[in-house]
Design a protein around this ligand. Structure first.
Ligand SMILES: [Ca+2]
Length: 177
């Protein structure tokens, strides 16, 4: 009867250990599945503290007011660039991030500029400048000074105005794909 009691006592313990084992296995498989899903890109876990993951990149809103080039340099010092965007979803995400951080659609630097040649727009991270939401008659290079892209001018959705690159604005950095 002593052996029988021992078995009864051990049995729940074995079941419990086995559950933990299966839970661990389940988590490992889930992690593996996530890694495969985001193959070649960052997972949300790879973003530094304070950065927000979106679509394989990490983004951060920096509230310090800086000229465009100093904003870009600050992003570079954090292994990123001023944010580029390539779809309406990414643009909406960026506007939402700014809104969440500041409570409004605050004017913000992003990574587009035409400083090498007037009218030839580029992203500072080297990606192709294809996506754009220029407003009517923009970019119009008013006073020959508009070479850096500011979004949310007066809270407006369309890229209605670029502005002097020397203006001091908060900015969005993104870490590369
Ligand atoms: Ca220009």
């Amino acid at each position: 009867s002593s052996a029988a009691t021992q078995t009864l006592l051990l049995h729940p313990l074995l079941l419990w250990t086995s559950d933990i084992y299966h839970l661990n296995l389940g988590i490992s498989i889930l992690y593996l599945k996530c890694s495969i899903l985001f193959e070649g890109t960052n997972t949300p876990l790879d973003c530094p503290a304070g950065w927000t993951w979106y679509n394989g990149r990490c983004f951060v809103f920096v509230k310090d007011l800086k000229r465009w080039i100093m904003a870009e340099n600050t992003c570079l010092s954090m292994d990123g660039n001023l944010a580029s965007m390539h779809s309406m979803d990414q643009y909406n995400f960026i506007r939402e991030l700014i809104y969440n951080e500041t409570g409004k659609h605050t004017s913000t630097w992003v990574g587009a500029h035409d400083s090498a040649q007037e009218g030839v727009w580029m992203w500072s991270d080297g990606s192709k400048f294809v996506f754009k939401v220029w407003g009517e008659n923009e970019p119009n290079n008013i006073r020959g000074m508009e070479h850096c892209l500011q979004i949310n001018h007066n809270g407006i959705y369309y890229w209605r105005y670029t502005t002097s690159c020397a203006k001091k604005l908060p900015f969005i950095c993104a870490r590369p794909l």
